[in-house]
Design a protein around this ligand. Structure first.
Ligand code: ATP
Length: 337
């Protein structure tokens, strides 16, 4: 029986990179029945709904999605689809593994970076609760709850134990937001006590950012509320070669949606320049989730081989190949085995 997966190509570079991921997954030999579901900024504007029912219905049926980016308007317009989807489906854990790719030259090529970000995905300053108290005075509510903080902390520690990771670092600003981030830390500390085999440490977010730049090798699992997770993810992506290569998973109790860290990259959309590595790596995480571990390992291996050869890489990582040429290279490696 093929696995049923909702495929949301999205917009911007989304359709190009998701097509590439579908080709790569097909080359692993795993049978997937892709339920293609269109969701673009044009559809959202036309339907006045950032989460049209056909998208939710599909994921609630398949319980699984592979998603390209959907453009979020800046300062006004509709709410972020990504945020709405994560809240609606209770995809509370955003998991982003960040590591060097073999052969890829970056400013940090000589440092072993292998960390995993656990970002709380449903609350914090993403509550969407903003209002103008009086003219020119706006408040944005940062919501932190025990339920959500516990859930993400449990998830991060359970992952660390299962994957043989050694250390969890909670990232916060509880020196300033004593109640909100204080509650988040309290939950992390309580969960840490259940895992005495895993080292637990805390870093204030500004220091964590500097430490990541100075000595990224010290980090293993990083655990944080939503907004810090967004910013630290892009920073960490920059250490290993940029947004083109870092994958992600949004996991809940009922459903999971896999997507790259990057956005719709309108500056390069439709030009054949987008790097599909991040979404292919997200598809590999999806295969792991489907217990197709052997196929997932082969897919990651094929991507790594193409990086080692250096000949057919996209421009963002120093090559001159198109999205299709890079994808052809990955597919060749998979089918040559
Ligand atoms: P969002 O807020 O929707 O997450 P963003 O503001 O972080 O989006 P992106 O769309 O991710 O912005 O793009 C940031 C930069 O990274 C752009 O210059 C873009 O071209 C580049 N970029 C993003 N993804 C890729 C990719 N897959 N391949 C090549 N370049 C990329």
């Amino acid at each position: 029986m093929p696995h049923q997966v909702t495929l949301i190509p999205g917009d911007g570079i989304g359709p190009e990179v998701t097509d590439a991921a579908v080709r790569a997954v097909a080359a692993t030999g795993v049978a997937i029945d892709w339920q293609r579901t269109e969701l673009t900024s044009d559809i959202i504007v036309a339907s006045h709904n950032e989460l049209p029912p056909h998208v939710i219905e599909s994921i609630e049926r398949t319980h699984l999605g592979l998603k390209g980016p959907v453009t979020t308007p800046i300062a006004g317009g509709y709410q972020s689809v990504n945020v709405a989807l994560r809240k609606r489906l209770e995809l509370f854990a955003n998991i982003r593994p960040v590591r060097n790719l073999p052969g890829l030259h970056t400013r940090y090529s000589d440092v072993k970076i292998d960390l995993v970000i656990f970002r709380e995905n449903t609350e914090d300053l993403y509550s969407g609760l903003e209002h103008e108290v009086v003219t020119d005075v706006v408040t944005s509510l940062k919501v932190i709850t025990r339920l959500a903080s516990f859930r993400i902390a449990r998830n991060a520690f359970a992952y660390a134990r299962t994957m043989g990771r050694k250390k969890v670092t909670a990232v916060h600003k509880a020196n300033i937001m004593k109640l909100g981030d204080g509650l988040f830390l309290k939950c992390c500390r309580e969960v840490a006590q259940e895992y005495p085999m895993i080292e637990y440490q805390e870093r204030i977010v500004d220091n964590a950012a500097m430490q990541l730049v100075m000595r990224p090798e010290q980090f293993d699992v990083m655990l944080m509320p939503n907004l810090y997770g967004d910013i630290i993810s892009d920073l960490a992506a920059g250490l290993v070669g940029g947004l083109g290569i870092v994958p992600g998973a949004n996991i809940g109790d009922r459903c999971a949606v896999f997507e790259a860290v990057h956005g719709s990259a309108p500056d390069i959309a439709g030009k054949g320049l987008a790097n599909p590595t991040a979404i292919m790596m997200s598809a590999a995480m999806m295969l792991d989730y489907l217990k197709e571990m052997e196929a997932a390992t082969r897919l990651r291996g094929a991507i790594e081989e193409v990086y080692k050869e250096k000949r057919r890489l996209t421009p963002d990582v120093g090559g001159a190949a198109s999205t299709t040429e890079f994808t052809d290279a990955v597919v060749e490696k998979l089918t040559a085995r």
